[in-house]
Design a binder for this molecule. Structure first.
Ligand SMILES: Nc1ncnc2c1ncn2[C@@H]1O[C@H](COP(=O)(O)OP(=O)(O)OP(=O)(O)O)[C@@H](O)[C@H]1O
Ligand SMILES: O=P(O)(O)OC[C@H]1O[C@H](OP(=O)(O)OP(=O)(O)O)[C@H](O)[C@@H]1O
Length: 226
C-alpha cells in the first residue's frame, strides 16, 4: 500500500466552491466531512490512498510547504504572502475571486505621496510591506487576524490592507479603497518534492487542470449562447 496522500483544504468560505471542483477531479471526502458538528480534522476519501485535512487557510500553505500535506487548495493571497520556495501553485482554479486593497477612512483619505512611514493594520504584513516599499514608503504593520475595518476608527492604524469582494464591509465601516494591490483566486498548491517523487500528485494536477479547462470551456459556450 503506497503512502497516504494528504490533501489540505481551508475550513471557511472557499470550501463550498472547492468541493464540487474537487469531486470532478476525483477528490471526494467521506460523508462525515459534511457534518458541521463533526470536530474531526482528518477525513477519509473515496480513494483508499488519500485523506483530507481541514485547517485554516494560512495553515494549508504551511502544511503543504513543509510536506506534511502533499497538496491543497488555498487563495493566491496566501501563496503570495508566504512565498514558500517548496510550494508550487500550478493551477488557477478560477473561483474565490476577490482582491487585496488598501483602504482608508472616507473622510480622511489623503495623498500619501511624500510620506516616508505609514502604520497599516493587516493580516498580510509581507504583501503590505512589499506594496508600500515599491512606493518608497516604510509600512509599519499591525497584524490582525480579522475585522481589520475597525482599526482606523479606533486609532490603531491610519489605513488597512484587506481582502475586498463586494466592497460592502468597507462601505459599512466608512472606508474607501485607495489602491488595488493584487487580484486573487483559489489555487491548487502542491509540495514540489512530492510532485517530483510521487506520480499520483502529478496525475491529480492534470485532473484539476482538465476540470478547470472543461469548466471554462462550458462558461465560454454559455456566454456565446446568451
Ligand atoms: N470576501 C472575501 N473575504 C475573504 N476571503 C475571500 C473573499 N473572497 C474570496 N476569499 C478567499 O477565501 C480565502 C479564505 O478562505 P476560507 O474562508 O475558506 O479560509 P479560512 O480557513 O476560513 O480563513 P481564516 O483563517 O481567515 O478563518 C481567502 O484567503 C481568499 O483567497
Ligand atoms: O468586500 P466584502 O464582500 O464585504 O468582503 C470582504 C470582507 O470579507 C472578509 O472577511 P471575513 O468575512 O472572512 O471575516 P474576517 O474579518 O474574520 O476575516 C474580508 O476580510 C473582509 O472583511
Amino acid at each position: 500500500m503506497p503512502q497516504t496522500l494528504t490533501f489540505a483544504v481551508p475550513k471557511g468560505r472557499i470550501l463550498d466552491e472547492a468541493l464540487p471542483v474537487m469531486a470532478r477531479a476525483g477528490v471526494v471526502p467521506e460523508d462525515a466531512f459534511h457534518d458541521k458538528a463533526n470536530r474531526s480534522l482528518t477525513f477519509a476519501t473515496t480513494r483508499e490512498d488519500m485523506r483530507l485535512i481541514r485547517v485554516r487557510a494560512f495553515d494549508v500553505a504551511t502544511f503543504v510547504a513543509h510536506g506534511a500535506a502533499q497538496m491543497g487548495i488555498v487563495g493566491s493571497d496566501v501563496v503570495e504572502e508566504f512565498d514558500y520556495a517548496e510550494l508550487y501553485a500550478p493551477v488557477d482554479l478560477d473561483f474565490g475571486h476577490c482582491h487585496l486593497a488598501v483602504a482608508e477612512p472616507k473622510d480622511a483619505a489623503r495623498d500619501i505621496a511624500g510620506a516616508s512611514h505609514l502604520r497599516v493594520a493587516t493580516k498580510y504584513p509581507n504583501l503590505t510591506r512589499r506594496h508600500f516599499e515599491a512606493l518608497g514608503i516604510q509600512a509599519e504593520c499591525v497584524k490582525l487576524n480579522g475585522a481589520m475595518e475597525i482599526a482606523p476608527e479606533l486609532g490603531l492604524a491610519g489605513r488597512i490592507v484587506d481582502l475586498v469582494s463586494t466592497g460592502t464591509t468597507l462601505r459599512e465601516n466608512g472606508l474607501v479603497e485607495t489602491s488595488r494591490i493584487l487580484d486573487i483566486s483559489a489555487r491548487l498548491i502542491v509540495n514540489r518534492a512530492a510532485l517530483k517523487t510521487d506520480s499520483r500528485v502529478g496525475a491529480l494536477v492534470e485532473a484539476f487542470r482538465s476540470e478547470v479547462a472543461a469548466r471554462i470551456g462550458a462558461k465560454d459556450v454559455e456566454g456565446k449562447a446568451a
